[in-house]
Design a binder for this molecule. Structure first.
Ligand code: FAQ
Length: 339
């Protein structure tokens, strides 16, 4: 909303009949309708701000908790090449978390507060990261399916109405697309390998397929936030629409991989021009959201431990920043102060 800041609109509105709030709301609505970006300095409704913080925090938390399942395999990667790729990928996910926490901070919510809420179990992260990585093939299945689902969901977020979130997503999507390809390439190598390797790849796909479909969220008729988020152009498509898009993308890719998607009801529907697919186990999804998935406890415990063990890094970085801040107390700059 480049042209209208909150103070400008308030001044204009002061002389009008509708009052400042109505004028600010009208300017915001007009900016959203015109597909302009809302920027941090712009006025926005409290509920829009709160919903963005909710979604962006959940997204940021997913990126950093999402490092855990694959990081389990860094020490056991089967070659130096695979290890280097996996380390780079896991590091990218940390970077995505940082972009997203920074973007959320532009809404006035500090990352310390968001992390405290995550650690206290008061904010969510994606259900998908509560499943275990049992074999090396799971690294491939995560890249192909989990990163693939993430891209399908996140490419439309590059056009999100909130500028900092949209811009963060552009960069994230470019990196996720490499992640998806590395997973696909890994699975292809296993699928074309020995019978045992092929079976390992198939087993991983069998376990990750349904949880990947759940990543898109509850069905549209049970999605509490979709209608409002779509009206605000935070979300551009509904959960079911993106899930369908993902299924349609995956079917030919699975064929090319020589792997079977574990759904007997999956078939092309000529009339709809889309694939029909089987019923998702929403009870399992709700249980995972309640904290009862196979790895919920392990993931949060590990996250809290990593945060505690990283306290000295945060303190050192803050001390370094203070020391190099122009105008800081010279004693602090010279490292003589202990505060
Ligand atoms: N897991 O009303 P809706 C990644 C919650 S990043 C957990 O439909 P909304 C990269 C939802 O928060 C993956 N909770 O909600 C990577 C809400 O709860 P609340 C993360 C879920 O926001 C790859 C309630 O259910 N991506 O994978 C889930 O309109 C590999 C009602 O749902 C993003 O976060 C779920 N799957 O739509 C990293 C993308 N689904 O807040 C490492 C951005 C729903 O009322 C390795 N987020 N819930 O307590 C979004 O697009 C949306 O937030 C949705 C949910 C689509 C996830």
């Amino acid at each position: 909303m480049a042209a209208v800041t909150a103070s400008q609109t308030a001044q204009t509105a002061a002389g009008g009949e509708a009052g400042p709030d109505a004028a600010l709301q009208a300017a915001f609505d007009a900016a959203v309708a015109a597909d302009e970006r809302i920027e941090p300095r712009d006025w926005m409704p409290d509920a829009y701000r709160a919903s963005l913080v909710r979604q962006m925090a959940q997204h940021a938390h997913s990126e950093i908790i999402g490092m855990q399942p694959e990081a389990n395999w860094i020490t056991r990667a089967p070659s130096l090449r695979r290890k280097a790729i996996l380390m780079a990928k896991v590091q990218d996910e940390a970077g995505h978390g940082l972009y997203l926490y920074s973007a959320a901070e532009t809404l006035g919510t500090g990352r310390e507060e968001l992390l405290d809420k995550l650690h206290a179990g008061r904010q969510r992260y994606s259900s998908i990261f509560n499943y275990p990585t049992l074999t090396w093939a799971d690294v491939g299945a995560i890249g192909w399916l989990v990163d693939g689902a993430a891209i399908t969901n996140q490419v439309p977020l590059c056009r999100c109405s909130y500028g900092p979130y949209a811009r963060a997503m552009v960069r994230i999507c470019k990196e996720e697309s490499f992640h998806q390809r590395q997973g696909y390439e890994l699975l292809l190598a296993l699928s074309n390998g020995t019978p045992a390797q092929h079976e390992m790849a198939q087993d991983a796909v069998n376990r990750w397929w349904w949880p990947s479909l759940m990543m898109f969220g509850p069905p549209d008729d049970a999605s509490a936030h979709s209608a409002q988020s779509m009206a605000w152009k935070i979300k551009r498509h509904s959960n079911d629409e993106l899930r369908q898009r993902f299924v349609d993308i995956c079917v030919p890719q699975a064929e090319a991989l020589g792997l079977t998607l574990p759904d007997p009801d999956l078939r092309w529907n000529e009339e709809r021009g889309r694939h029909d697919f089987g019923a998702i186990d929403w009870t399992e999804f709700q249980e995972v959201l309640k904290g009862n998935g196979p790895c919920n406890e392990q993931r949060l415990t590990q996250r809290r431990r990593a945060h505690e063990e990283g306290a000295w890094v945060r303190e050192a970085a803050a001390a370094y920043a203070r020391k190099h801040t122009p105008g800081a107390d010279p004693a602090v700059r010279n490292g003589k102060a202990t505060a």
